[in-house]
Design a protein around this ligand. Structure first.
Ligand code: HEM
Length: 431
């Protein structure tokens, strides 16, 4: 199949949607000189991420350019490593910071930060900027608690360092992006030095925080503070940017559906009348959780997952040469009418009842297999508690139409997502 390189760089969502519409198990095409195969069915996605995962290594970008690969090399040298053993060791070492108990302990911090944020909102917010600041503060206050990590400075340098990153990039598009973001190299250096300093006094491997477990994972590399800092930056970015996007889209969608907002509000007030939400509540708010699930279906922050074949293999019956890149897209799969009738409609109720005929990988916002998101439990807790806390305190109305989605490093609104804010009178009683 012929896919234009330019189209893939500039509007990958349209291309992925077009490939998916072919309803084929897989579709092969060329991107520059790179052979690419699109995993077009839930079976092919499962084979790629789970059943034949050993044949594939993780890549962050489907790039025809080595410059693009080296320019954006801040993230996770160990956990993000293509080498299975390095990855397995880092993942096992980080795991103690992500158990059910550890994540449950973060609930009160999440709710306190969300309440403080909402109380500071004016009459209109830019949901993207607001959620970005909140989730960065939450990551700093939970995964990196006990360190002097400055969430605002870290996020600002991270945004500058990654400006222009596109998962599908050619040499030309990378050079153009580098030209537009002249300060990005300096921002990268500042980022590594700030995060490195913040980790200075963290106890190695006490099992309590992600920061401590990052140091434990990097034990053989502690003489290379830059590498340790890059690992920590990767975990920080993976946690705050994705969750920020998910919440931004959730607030935008809910603002445009006042009935949904009221139902979330009623559910949270009935569950926790006269008090703030807490960790035990998150799993008892099925409707609020369904709203997050429906948001992630329509707007998955990780809109593409990519792998490179480490050996000659096959994907859903298609022979694949070593070095071929495979791409799977939760964005395109989540809009497939075969599994999601009336797919573009925002309808959280579809997640309230079981759908026996729907395959497991009909949507995969957190990936799957050995590289499935390690922070998924935290993401759900954060999503449900922040959404519930916000909608108990304020009513939101869209200032304009919901912006289109832009496929950057994560799925972001193409323009500002502005919302009008009106305070509710009481937060603790059922109206
Ligand atoms: C709504 C929020 C989130 C979404 C949509 C999301 C999505 C994903 C996806 C799709 C992957 C797999 C990528 C691949 O297979 O190539 C992943 C991996 C990862 N995520 Fe998340 N994530 C979210 C929140 C978080 C949080 C809160 C953390 C906290 C630290 C986190 C940390 C990570 C890490 C470290 C990995 C790499 C895991 C590995 O390679 O073993 N994510 N995430």
């Amino acid at each position: 199949m012929r896919v234009e390189d330019r189209a893939l760089v500039h509007d990958p969502l349209a291309v992925l949607t077009r490939l998916h519409a072919l309803q084929a198990e897989t579709v092969g095409f060329g991107f520059g000189r790179q052979e690419v195969v699109y995993a077009g069915s839930p079976t092919a996605v499962e084979e790629l991420l789970v059943r034949r995962a050993g044949d594939w290594e993780r890549v962050v970008s489907v790039t025809a350019s080595r410059v693009a690969r080296t320019r954006f090399s801040y993230g996770m040298p160990l956990l993000g490593s293509p080498d299975p053993q390095t990855h397995r060791h880092a993942r096992r070492t980080l795991q103690p910071a992500f158990t059910r108990e550890r994540i449950a302990e973060t609930a009160d911090t999440i709710v306190a930060l969300a309440e403080a944020a909402v109380d500071g909102w004016g009459e209109e917010i830019d949901a993207g900027a607001t959620c970005g600041a909140l989730t960065a503060a939450i990551s700093a206050g939970t995964l990196f608690r006990g360190t002097p990590l400055d969430a605002v400075a870290t996020t600002a340098s991270l945004d500058a360092a990654l400006a222009g990153f596109r998962p599908f990039s050619t040499l030309g598009s990378t050079i153009a992006a580098a030209g537009r973001a002249a300060g990005s190299a300096r921002a990268g250096v500042e980022l590594v030095s700030h995060v490195g300093a913040a980790l200075h006094d963290v106890p190695v491997g006490d099992g309590r925080t992600a920061a401590s477990q990052v140091l434990a994972a990097a034990e053989g590399h502690l003489d290379d503070p830059g590498a340790v800092a890059r690992e920590a930056i990767g975990v920080f970015a993976a946690s705050s940017e994705t969750t920020s996007r998910a919440l931004t889209w959730a607030l935008g969608l809910v603002a445009g559906h006042p009935d949904v907002a009221e139902r979330i509000r009623d559910e949270t007030v009935a569950r926790a009348p006269g008090r703030s939400l807490g960790g035990d509540d998150a799993e008892q708010l099925p409707y609020t959780r369904a709203v997050m699930a429906e948001t992630l279906r329509l707007y998955p922050p990780a809109w593409v997952v990519a792998r490179r074949a480490r050996v000659a293999t096959e994907l859903a019956g298609r022979p694949v040469r070593e070095g071929t890149v495979a791409a799977a897209s939760s964005w395109a799969s989540g809009r497939d009418e075969r599994w999601w009738p009336d797919a573009t409609r925002f309808h959280p109720e579809r997640f309230l009842t079981a759908a026996p005929g729907r395959p497991r990988y009909a949507v995969f916002p957190f990936g799957g297999g050995v590289r499935q998101c390690i922070g998924e439990r935290l993401a759900w807790l954060e999503g449900v508690l922040v959404l519930g806390t916000v909608l108990r305190r304020v009513r939101l109305t869209p200032s304009g139409p919901l912006p289109a989605a832009h496929a950057g490093a994560s799925l972001e609104p193409a323009g500002p997502l502005l919302l009008q804010v009106r305070r509710r009178d009481g937060v603790g009683t059922v109206a």
